[in-house]
Design a protein around this ligand. Structure first.
Ligand SMILES: O=C(O)CCC(=O)C(=O)O
Ligand SMILES: [Fe+2]
Length: 367
């Protein structure tokens, strides 16, 4: 195993051929890196490079912000929220929610926890490193480094929430890891179920219809860690992709202005973090179940040279052994089924076995 620890300015003060061979040497060492955090890389190595500056985007309107404050108490508020979810899902595939009732202190402590984890010495972190996408808890870097020719400027933690991983699989450092992450997962699971009911009603279905179609649940978290990058114009934090699950509830880092962008009407649009809000986006399974009424949307993440950005993505979806097809209520003579039935577990396996590539996964199940 190679632990990079710190590589102080290995690349910074070289030029020409000497620099190129230095680059190659560092690039090959990076092949063994178990994480970018603290690697001290001073120039973006070849395998992290992209052809054009991904930070270019257009700042048009903001995605809709939907208030969930009174949705369980008052029927006009519920009708308004459901209407807003319907139009936001159709027009954008992305929206932000406020008044969601998720404790703000827990949002803040979870954010700190992820920063604290990646501040641990690499020896403490690397015991969790794995490239096995079926592990219930793991630390990773990029997407699947051993298969990638193009890497992404990020490290991450993946944690299974429901079904959960064993407590013994979770980190003992920082000492509050288990307590905070399990409290976050529980509160997020409750919120996800409420949002699932609202999605159902927004499609004109009974509140429990999507839950029934999910046939159980698979809820996981990906805690993305994007360290500052010396040349952010040359690389990307996360390549364009659509999420393969039902829907995602994302907590952004309110200390960092730029990061997430979504593809809207052919242009990349930045999603500015809103304090206290979560970003919600449609995933492939909701696109399939809704028979194309809602669509998963490509999104990507850019990095910056000043600050580490953390995001916490909670992926909610069907049970892995469920078979997913367009809901019978949404298939008509005018709107025949657009997708073949597929086993969700298999769908996920093929998603994780390939590189992040826009909406490639859903095309494989389209008629
Ligand atoms: O970091 C972000 O804002 C988005 C992360 C994301 O898209 C993902 O983890 O699937
Ligand atoms: Fe995503």
């Amino acid at each position: 195993m190679i632990f990079l620890g710190r590589l102080p300015c290995l690349l910074g003060d070289h030029c020409g051929a000497a620099r190129d061979s230095r680059m190659a040497a560092v690039a090959s060492r990076i092949a063994g890196v178990k994480g970018l955090a603290d690697a001290g890389i001073a120039m973006v190595p070849g395998e992290y490079r992209r052809d054009s500056d991904p930070r270019q985007c257009v700042e048009i309107e903001e995605i809709p912000v939907i208030d969930l404050s009174d949705v369980e108490k008052c029927s006009p508020a519920r009708i308004l929220a459901i209407d807003s979810i319907r139009s936001a899902s159709r027009d954008w595939g992305f929206f932000q929610i406020v008044g969601h009732g998720f404790p703000e202190e827990l949002m803040a402590s979870m954010m700190e926890l992820v920063h604290d984890f990646f501040r641990l010495p690499i020896e403490d972190r690397s015991v969790y490193y794995s490239e096995d996408s079926s592990s219930k808890f793991r630390m990773g870097t990029s997407f699947i480094p051993s298969k990638e020719t193009r890497r992404m400027w990020q490290d991450f933690l993946h944690q299974a929430c429901y079904p959960p991983c064993e407590i013994a699989q979770l980190p003992t450092k920082p000492p509050s890891y288990v307590k905070i992450s399990t409290a976050y997962a529980e509160a997020m699971n409750r919120l996800s179920k409420r949002v699932l009911g609202l999605f159902s009603e927004s499609l004109g279905l009974e509140s429990g219809a999507l839950e029934e179609a999910f046939g159980g649940e698979r809820h996981t978290m990906r805690m993305n860690y994007y360290p500052p990058c010396p040349e952010p114009e040359l690389t990307i934090g996360l390549d364009a992709h659509a999420d393969p699950n039902g829907f995602t509830i994302l907590q952004q880092d309110t200390r960092v202005k730029d990061g997430l962008q979504i593809l809207h009407c052919g242009a990349w649009v930045p999603i500015k973090p809103l304090p206290g809000a979560f970003v919600v986006n449609i995933g492939d399974q909701l696109q399939i179940l809704s028979n194309d009424v809602y669509k998963s949307v490509e999104h990507r993440v850019v990095v910056n040279s000043e600050r580490t950005r953390v995001s916490i993505a909670s992926f909610y979806g069907p049970a892995e052994d469920s078979h997913i097809a367009p809901m019978a209520q949404l298939v008509t003579d005018d709107a025949p089924a657009c997708f073949k039935e597929s086993a969700y577990g298999k769908y996920l396996q093929s998603f994780y076995a390939s590189k992040l590539d826009g909406k490639a996964a859903i095309k494989t199940v389209r008629y």
